[in-house]
Design a binder for this molecule. Structure first.
Ligand SMILES: C[S@@+](CC[C@H](N)C(=O)[O-])C[C@H]1O[C@@H](n2cnc3c(N)ncnc32)[C@H](O)[C@@H]1O
Length: 273
């Protein structure tokens, strides 16, 4: 019998005891920093702008998967599952499977997306699993994506091996999240941001993820920094919330000091195994 994946303490507190999606840094059930390129900069931000930024981060990642009509996709770290729902509605997948480590997140995903699940019982599902051990057969998806989650993955090599196993030969991977551009971020981030000091976020260097994917046999591995369209606008959003005088605003400082950036990472699984 397969062992249940272990939930690290801070992940359990933040995504189990709490529901991070209710913190005003986020909106609409998403938990990501957002991609703000197409959000107007010349007027005060609205709740709709914040929601759009979170959805647009998904659209950016999903757009990197190429032609997705009729394909199967897996999302790793799906949270409340709204990105899976967006993928199903807007990108023409036949099946989308959201994987998350925390059962409380999956319970929320099933409630929030109850209508879509009832409409498409064969096309959308949410399952418990870890980035390092997914309860999915070999070669069971053409596409694998992840949004604002890989900063939590304890072992990027194990994640890369598992992504390669779950993807069909020639499958495509796209993920977006924040990593340190270099070693100096690894030292400074725990001093600046409590989520690094308490172990919720892990100070992975971006080369760790690209190196892990290459080592697992992926080709055309690329990491493109997109922080310019993430951090400043996210900080403007925080400034209009009750978090305006609190530490989350130090994410912008970490970016400006070069300790952290937001990346779009893409790779192709090997065509022959
Ligand atoms: C910041 S939330 C992002 C949720 C969603 N992708 C979004 O953008 O709204 C990160 C999610 O990753 C999940 N997670 C953390 N560590 C994980 C792991 N090792 N494997 C799979 N999921 C994990 C958490 O439970 C949480 O739901």
């Amino acid at each position: 019998m397969a062992l249940e994946p272990r939930i690290p303490g801070q992940i359990d507190t933040i995504y189990g005891v709490w529901d991070l999606s209710t913190v005003p840094a986020f909106t609409g059930g998403f938990i990501n920093f957002g991609y703000w390129r197409d959000v107007p900069r010349d007027r005060p931000l609205t709740e709709d702008d914040r929601l759009r930024s979170e959805q647009d981060l998904y659209r950016l990642v999903l757009g990197e998967l190429g032609s997705t009509e009729g394909l199967r996709a897996v999302e790793v770290g799906c949270g409340l599952g709204l990105g899976c729902a967006l993928a199903l509605r807007e990108f023409g997948f036949t099946e989308v499977c959201g994987v998350d480590l925390h059962p409380a997140q999956l319970d929320r995903a099933r409630i929030v997306n109850a209508g879509l699940l009832a409409e498409h019982p064969e096309r959308l599902r949410y399952v418990r699993g870890a980035a390092e051990v997914m309860p999915l057969p070999d070669g069971s998806a053409e596409c694998l994506f992840s949004v604002n989650a890989a900063q939590h993955f304890p072992d990027l090599r194990e994640f890369a091996d598992e992504a390669d196993r779950v993807l069909c030969p020639g499958g495509r991977l796209a993920l977006a999240t924040f990593f340190a551009p270099g070693a100096c971020g690894v030292e400074e981030l725990p001093r600046l941001l409590p989520t690094y000091a308490d172990g919720l976020d892990l100070p992975h260097v971006v080369d760790d993820v690209t190196g892990a994917l290459t080592r697992s046999g992926f080709s055309s591995v690329r990491a493109v920094p997109i922080g310019e369209d993430v951090w400043a606008a996210y900080d403007r959003w925080l400034a209009r919330t009750p978090l305006r005088n609190l530490w989350p605003r130090r994410f912008l400082e970490a970016y400006e000091k070069g300790y952290l950036d937001y990346y779009l990472v893409t790779a192709d699984a090997a065509r022959v195994r």
